[in-house]
Write a protein that binds this ligand. Sequence first.
Ligand SMILES: Cc1cc2nc3c(=O)[nH]c(=O)nc-3n(C[C@H](O)[C@H](O)[C@H](O)COP(=O)(O)OP(=O)(O)OC[C@H]3O[C@@H](n4cnc5c(N)ncnc54)[C@H](O)[C@@H]3O)c2cc1C
Length: 156
Amino acid sequence: MHTHSEIEQLEGKTTLESVRWVNRKTGQRQTLCAGNMFVMIGAKPNSGWLHGTVALDDKGFVLTGTASAFENSRFATTVPGIYAVGDVRSGSVKRVASAVGEGSAVVADIHRYLADFCEVTPKSEFNLTGLVSKNLACTDVDRFPIDGGLLEHALM
Ligand SMILES: Cc1cc2nc3c(=O)[nH]c(=O)nc-3n(C[C@H](O)[C@H](O)[C@H](O)COP(=O)(O)OP(=O)(O)OC[C@H]3O[C@@H](n4cnc5c(N)ncnc54)[C@H](O)[C@@H]3O)c2cc1C
């Protein structure tokens, strides 16, 4: 196990023959003969911009369907009208097929949410940010503290 290390160079004539990395703490460089390399990326959710809006777990994945979820939906977050599917959702399977499946399944929840909580709005005035704010006003604002700017960003 090489911690604090970053791969700098892959070498080989026709196939991979060696890997060189540098230890970012000590500056020491090492080269290892290797014919295969497995790259594991994407395990950290890009959810920092959601802080202060929907509830996240301790690793930054979006909590859904918990006791604090706004409604009875597996994909509902703690904020009305905001759902999370796929890898960013806490506890999801982290596979393509399940992300696609969750994306298609959540559509029914969104339709139900729109039918249950939203007034019919002329298309030209349709504004999701306003829509959610309006719903917040008639539910419990203290329970769903939202930064307007962040929410606008989330809904763009
Ligand atoms: C190395 C690797 C290998 C994998 N191999 C497999 C495999 O063999 N089989 C398998 O089933 N699954 C595999 N997976 C998992 C699979 O890629 C994911 O489960 C799947 O892509 C999840 O889809 P998603 O739409 O939830 O998220 P993503 O595919 O990650 O899509 C999220 C998108 O949102 C964008 N985004 C992020 N932040 C913002 C923002 N603030 N504003 C706007 N856009 C934003 C990202 O750029 C990205 O395009 C692998 C993943 C990795 C990293």
